[in-house]
Design a protein. Sequence first.
Length: 266
Amino acid sequence: MNPILMAIIVVTVIGLIGAVILVAASIFMYVPVDERVEKITAVLAGANCGACGCAGCADYAKSIVEEGNAVNKCTPGGAACAAKVAEIMGVEAGASVPMKAVVACSGTCDKTGKKYEFQGIQSCQAVKGLYGGDGMCKFGCLGYGDCTRACAFDAIHIVDGIAKVDRTKCTGCGACAAVCPNAVISIVPEHKRKPVVLCQNKDKGADTRKACTAGCIGCMKCAKACPKEAITVENFLAKIDQEKCVGCQLCVKECPMGVIHVPANE
């Protein structure tokens, strides 16, 4: 027999045998999938951000159906997404509080400076590895845009040397917070009256002022002004307990450095 023809026949036979094996495997090893998992996956935001605590959207959908996970954990999808998932599951959606990213740093270019000129890879992680960063304030935003590259919604940009959140686009997925080496980005509930401290400097007041003219100096005026004891000062840095805060904004008025703001109003 012609060697070429023989080779063609052998390859064809092998292919047919492989096809039969695959078909048989798909039949005998088939694992039933609840159609609700596919429906829920389709209505989720599709960001695969992990804000829900699962590995991705498909994993979250599976946990809702098989483990009874809450239907309102898709932060990027918000209330509309929660309502659709609840409809598929035949349950109540429950309250879904909008979450937004907040950059706890006020050190713009006119308020702080650089210790040295960095000429390496334009990355916050890279500059952080060189003497803790090039900024005068070692706690502040490094400004090299790791957060902007991590955001799938184009909701955060570097403006005047620091990261700034576009609140109309932010979904609160937490991707930006996860990559920030100085941990100056946090995800908090959106509220039109409750303020946050836009600083992370934990040095003494005098040292903070040398590094940045807009840093928290730990003077405790905000804590003393708060009628609900929602503000504590630790390591020369004020912190607001959002659960205790009632949004009176007395702390905003009392802060001599102007670092306490209501992000939702900016």
